[in-house]
Write a protein that binds this ligand. Structure first.
Ligand SMILES: [Mg+2]
Length: 206
């Protein structure tokens, strides 16, 4: 098997512990519409999924059902709320900076997220991590979201990578990486990412 030539990281739940913040912001802006968004529901049906798809489902579950565009109209407010919260407290593990710096000496690196690029880019910059990444693929950059292979294929293309390793935490993201034909590493929390990636790379090299 060829060695990896790039590492493609999902963002939320892999590089940053942002899902609880996304959830809290959505819950807050949807509440006035009579929608109670519980963490358990968001965790199972919102993570790794395009926001529009989550809102379509939520609108259908409302009693009486709502037009999903009524919910999507709250997106700018949610986005601004999220931006303010995470820029005030960048949700990165302190060990991440040194890990990525070291990794970037040997591999091209990219972030592949279902979130908006203009949400994630400033956050990476605020955490001092943007310089480690050669590319960032966000929701604006693709026509089909995870679990479609397009986001990971696009990132590999931008990097000129043929045998990247995908690092993901969600079912949709893992399916996207596999559908692109790439090796995938499943993680459950950002704090375990450095150790698991290091081990996977050592195994492939050895
Ligand atoms: Mg994720």
């Amino acid at each position: 098997m060829p060695e990896f030539d790039a590492i493609l990281f999902d963002f939320d739940g892999v590089l940053a512990d942002t899902e609880p913040v996304h959830w809290a912001c959505w819950a807050e802006v949807l509440k006035p519409l009579g929608i109670t968004l519980e963490w358990d529901y968001y965790r199972d049906h919102g993570i790794g999924i395009d926001d529009k798809d989550m809102l379509r489902t939520l609108a259908g579950l409302a009693n009486p059902p709502l037009d999903w565009r009524t919910l999507y109209a709250e997106y700018p407010r949610k986005k601004e709320l999220f931006r303010r919260r995470v820029l005030a407290h960048p949700p990165f593990d302190p060990a991440l900076d040194a890990f990525l710096e070291n990794l970037h000496r040997s591999y091209k690196l990219a972030v592949v997220t279902s979130s908006a690029r203009d949400e994630i880019d400033p956050l990476l910059a605020a955490g001092g991590l943007r310089r480690h990444f050669d590319a960032l693929v966000g929701a604006e950059d693709v026509t089909h979201y995870k679990p479609d292979p397009e986001p990971y294929r696009k990132a590999a293309e931008l990097l000129g990578a043929r045998t990247p390793l995908v690092v993901e935490d969600s079912a949709a993201g893992l399916a996207s990486g596999r559908a692109a034909g790439f090796a995938v590493l499943a993680v459950t929390t950002p704090s375990e990412v450095p150790a698991l990636v290091t081990r996977t790379l050592a195994e492939r090299a050895g």
